[in-house]
Write a protein that binds this ligand. Structure first.
Ligand SMILES: Cc1cc2nc3c(=O)[nH]c(=O)nc-3n(C[C@H](O)[C@H](O)[C@H](O)COP(=O)(O)O)c2cc1C
Length: 237
């Protein structure tokens, strides 16, 4: 992971620093690369970058994930990446403007950036037909709420979690059309890594211990376009 100042990017003659004018006035970019086709690389990338973002946010620095429209090649050149590597996304850093521009409002409206799906569409009890019911004082509630509030590409919120006893199984509700837009970069698996980061940090904050478990055979019955990612065993004593 590296920091690239806007001055450094400008030396590369990038039009408004590689984001084609979508981001203005960013002080710099947090960037990282992955090795193409390596296992869980997108999830790990999402996790690590979001961990940094949480830290930066606590310091009062504003951030924006950019995975769609930016000049991957030039960022890659600045990072001196190899042929087997790729820059999946970058994070713009700065201080947000006090008023949104019209263009910003249109982009935000089109991705419904201010909305999040309700809990019952994301979290389930043993199978996808049964939404997870939780008492208001449940220790799990803040953990799931922090997943629900996580950022995701085009705000698609692709994570689905099925609880079975003390296990939580994480699935990706893949949007196939969306995946074709940027063929080499799996933005939705980055989203999943972000959600795992929110989950693990929230569990740490709530003092809930957990163990990661990777079942070879997906543990629940789900539709074909659901992709099993990982499970957590919670120690709720
Ligand atoms: C992997 C990823 C890629 C994203 N790519 C872009 C992007 O290219 N341009 C953009 O304006 N926002 C991008 N976003 C920001 C999302 O649109 C935003 O997180 C979502 O709409 C929810 O808004 P919020 O984070 O302000 O709550 C991206 C977010 C993620 C997680």
């Amino acid at each position: 992971m590296k920091y690239i100042s806007r001055e450094r990017l400008k030396q590369e003659n990038l039009f408004t620093a590689g984001t084609y004018g979508m981001i203005k006035g960013a002080r710099g970019y947090l960037v990282g690369m992955i090795i193409k086709n390596s296992e869980r690389a997108f999830e790990n990338f999402g996790y690590c970058m979001e961990e940094a973002i949480i830290h930066l946010t606590s310091l009062g620095i504003d951030t924006c994930w950019i995975g769609g429209v930016f000049d991957r090649k030039t960022f890659g050149r600045v990072l001196d990446i190899g042929n087997d590597e790729i820059v999946p996304a970058v994070i713009a850093l700065g201080y947000s403007a006090s008023r949104r521009t019209i263009r910003d409002r249109i982009v935000r409206w089109s991705s419904k950036g201010d909305h999040r799906k309700p809990m019952e569409q994301l979290f389930f009890d043993q199978n996808l037909e049964t939404p997870l019911e939780m008492k208001p004082d449940s220790r799990l509630l803040p953990l799931l709420e922090n997943i629900r509030l996580a950022p995701s590409a085009s705000n698609k919120q692709p994570w689905r979690i099925i609880r079975d006893a003390n296990s939580l199984h994480f699935y990706l509700n893949r949007d196939k059309l969306y995946s074709k837009l940027i063929p080499n970069v799996d933005l939705q698996r980055i989203d999943m890594g972000i959600a795992l980061c929110h989950f693990e940090f929230s569990a740490g904050e709530a003092g809930i211990q957990f163990r990661r478990e990777d079942f070879r055979d997906p543990p629940c019955l789900v539709p074909d376009h659901f992709e099993y990612t990982i499970s957590y065993s919670l120690i709720l004593s």
